[in-house]
Design a protein around this ligand. Structure first.
Ligand code: ZN
Length: 292
């Protein structure tokens, strides 16, 4: 297992972690600047942040600073109510692949979607099996395009509390079943993003990480699970402040040969987004050394 206490060369910052500084929106170019100042060598930006700053601007910044992208967030949201909405999702996902290519991302992260309409508070139906079929078909479609662009797709299983509105793939086992069905040769074109926040509780976690193996382990996301958690989406903890044994999970992932970045991804309306981003990034570096 790699020794993270020595430096932070394996640290990546998911830019949602500092999307706000002192409660105010922080533009992506400022985030990049602050990361570069601290010798952080990788980021994983969100599409809305890239769109706001302009894809070509971000692309130039990333290239001029020699920054790597541990991932690009995100594609997915496949389930739809009709063929028109299905097509719109397909088109949008192809655009996400194109953007990920332009930014030279290591993978496009997929948050696959749940019941259509649920994210807006009005689910169109209650048939989660139907959504799962649509996810399977949507990934199959997108995979052929992503393969032609040489952009790996990383399915991110989300904690079951998001099954209705964000992702009906909720365990690593489910994600790997899709990988095995659509990419039986383990070509590296399709894999998983292991986010400790979503999967730490899973009794099959170690077994499924071993099943994934190096070729399917495309990304590793870290933060912590707070007790109590006060918000289902935006109350993620800083590493070391919660109950996840992150080094243990990293050990399992690295035992498979994973040698990528450990990406800090924290959504925190009430705490970290209220602080100054300089302090947040410095804390990420310190906690990466001692709690990841
Ligand atoms: Zn994640």
């Amino acid at each position: 297992m790699r020794d993270f206490s020595l430096n932070h060369e394996c640290l990546s910052i998911n830019t949602a972690t500092v999307r706000k500084s002192n409660g105010m929106d922080l533009p992506l170019p400022k985030i990049i600047e602050a990361c570069v100042e601290r010798g952080i060598g990788a980021i994983s930006p969100w599409r809305d942040q890239v769109t706001a700053a302009g894809l070509s601007v971000v692309s130039k910044l990333v290239k001029s600073h020699g920054l790597k992208l541990s991932g690009y967030c995100r594609g997915g949201m496949f389930p739809a109510v009709d063929s028109q909405a299905t097509q719109a999702a397909e088109l949008d996902n192809r655009m996400a692949v194109d953007e990920a290519c332009e930014l030279n991302a290591q993978c496009l992260v997929l948050v696959v979607g749940g019941l259509p309409g649920a994210l807006d508070g009005k689910a169109a139906h209650k048939d989660i099996a139907r959504s799962r079929h649509q996810v399977h078909d949507g990934i199959a479609q997108l995979l052929s395009y992503a393969k032609s662009c040489h952009m790996p797709l990383a399915i991110e299983p989300l904690h079951p509390m998001y099954a209705a509105d964000r992702a009906c793939i909720n365990t690593l086992e489910q994600a790997l079943d899709v990988c095995d069905a659509l990419d039986p040769d383990q070509s590296g074109a399709l894999g998983v993003a292991v986010d400790v926040y979503h999967v730490w509780w899973d009794p099959k976690l170690q077994q499924q990480i071993e099943r994934a193996g190096k070729s399917r382990l495309l990304a590793f996301h870290v933060c912590d699970w707070l007790t109590p958690t006060t918000d289902m989406l935006n109350d993620r903890g800083m590493m070391g402040d919660g109950v996840i044994d992150i080094p243990k999970i990293r050990g399992w992932v690295e035992a498979q040969g994973f040698s990528g970045f450990s990406e800090v991804e924290i959504f925190s309306t009430g705490n970290w987004w209220q602080r100054d981003h300089s302090h947040v990034l410095d804390t990420c570096i310190a906690r990466h050394k001692s709690f990841v």
